[in-house]
Structure formats: structure tokens, C-alpha cells
Design a protein around this ligand. Structure first.
Ligand code: AR6
Length: 177
């Protein structure tokens, strides 16, 4: 049941036409490199303008939390910005904080009545989270959420690199040919 609500896609998340795409942001919410840089570049300045308003209101975004903005010029309707943990050996609650990123992003999507959401592989780039462990947490957290919630209807994992593609194919044999 949950499996039919999960998709796996290899490519650039800025090209995905979901109700929301998730950004692997940092706590400043003011942009950066990696997928964060790509989303702000492709979406245009209206995303940063909304991020600045959120910063003025609540002073950024803590690790594991999520906020929502317009998606500007992107095909998506919204960007959900979440802040993944920096990997520092696994003794600083990194696994739990990564699970919070997925869960809080899904909760925000649900509160906004969104039907489709696409995730990048949060924390597995600059933040150095081991990819195998991160993929296991992502899949487990999303499946658990979908088992208990009707929205979002569809979750897409967008993988950018070959290693993550292989990991997600292995973890999701029911949807990977
Ligand atoms: N579409 C989909 N996935 C992508 C794209 C893209 N266009 N570009 C990169 N990835 P990272 P983090 C993948 O470093 O580790 C930023 O500077 C990439 O291959 O973007 O959470 C922020 O401002 C990797 O698997 O995010 C923060 O300071 C995944 O996205 C910091 O990096 C995440 O890599 C966050 O680090």
C-alpha cells in the first residue's frame, strides 16, 4: 500500500513538478551550495525573499525543522526547506535529526493539503552523512509516515548520484525494476 505511494527518480530536483520539493538548506535559510544553490538559482529571488521574512520572524531554522516558501519560477508550487544534521560520527543524534527532517517536511506538506512531495538525499552531500544509513532512515521514516497519513499521496525520492540510486533501488525493490 505505502510502496505504491513512493517513487524513485534520478535527476535534478529543480525540474520536478511536485506540489512541493524539499530543499536541503542550512539554518541561516539564506542559501548555499549543492541542491540549495540549485533551487535558489532555478527558482529566482522570490524564494530568498520569503526565506528572509521567515528569518526576521523566527531567526532561521533549526536542525531537523522545516519551513515552507513559494517555489518562485520552478514547476513545483512550494519549496519546503529543512536543515539536515552535519555528520559528526553519529553520537550527536544525527540519525534522529535526519528522521525529523523527513517527518517535519511531510507534516508541513500535509498541513498545506499537498498531494505530492519530492525529497533530495538530505545531508548526504556537504554535510557528510553516510549514504547507506541516510537512505535507510529516509525510506523507513517516509514509509512509517505514509502508513498513518493520507496526505501527501505521493512521495518521490530524487537521487542525483549513482551511489544513492543503487542504495534506494535496493531499499525499494518493490518499485525498482
Ligand atoms: N537535485 C537533486 N539532488 C541534488 C542536486 C539537484 N539539483 N544537487 C545536489 N544534489 P547537499 P547537504 C544532491 O550538499 O549535505 C548547502 O550548501 C547531492 O548529490 O546539497 O544536506 C546548504 O546550504 C546530495 O546527495 O546538501 C547547506 O549548507 C544531496 O543533494 C549544506 O549544503 C544533498 O547534498 C547542506 O548539506
Amino acid at each position: 500500500m505505502e510502496a505504491s505511494r513512493i517513487q524513485l527518480l534520478r535527476g535534478d530536483i529543480t525540474k520536478v513538478a511536485a506540489d512541493a520539493i524539499v530543499n536541503a538548506a542550512n539554518s541561516s535559510l539564506l542559501g548555499g551550495g549543492g541542491v540549495d544553490g540549485a533551487i535558489h538559482r532555478a527558482g529566482g529571488p522570490s524564494i530568498l525573499a520569503e526565506c528572509r521574512k521567515i528569518v526576521a520572524r523566527q531567526g532561521g531554522c533549526e536542525t531537523g525543522e522545516a519551513v515552507i516558501t513559494t517555489a518562485g519560477n520552478l514547476l513545483a508550487k512550494y519549496v519546503i526547506h529543512t536543515v539536515g544534521p552535519v555528520w559528526s560520527g553519529g553520537e550527536r543524534d544525527e540519525p534522529e535529526l535526519l528522521a525529523h527532517c523527513y517527518r517535519n517536511s511531510l507534516l508541513l506538506a500535509q498541513h498545506h493539503g499537498l498531494k505530492t512531495i519530492a525529497f533530495p538525499n538530505i545531508s548526504t552531500g556537504v554535510y557528510g552523512f553516510p549514504k547507506t544509513k541516510a537512505a535507510e532512515i529516509a525510506v523507513k521514516t517516509v514509509k512509517e509516515f505514509l502508513a498513518h497519513h493520507a496526505l501527501p499521496e505521493q512521495v518521490t525520492f530524487v537521487v542525483f548520484d549513482e551511489e544513492n540510486l543503487k542504495l534506494y533501488q535496493k531499499l525499494l525493490p518493490e518499485i525498482s525494476q
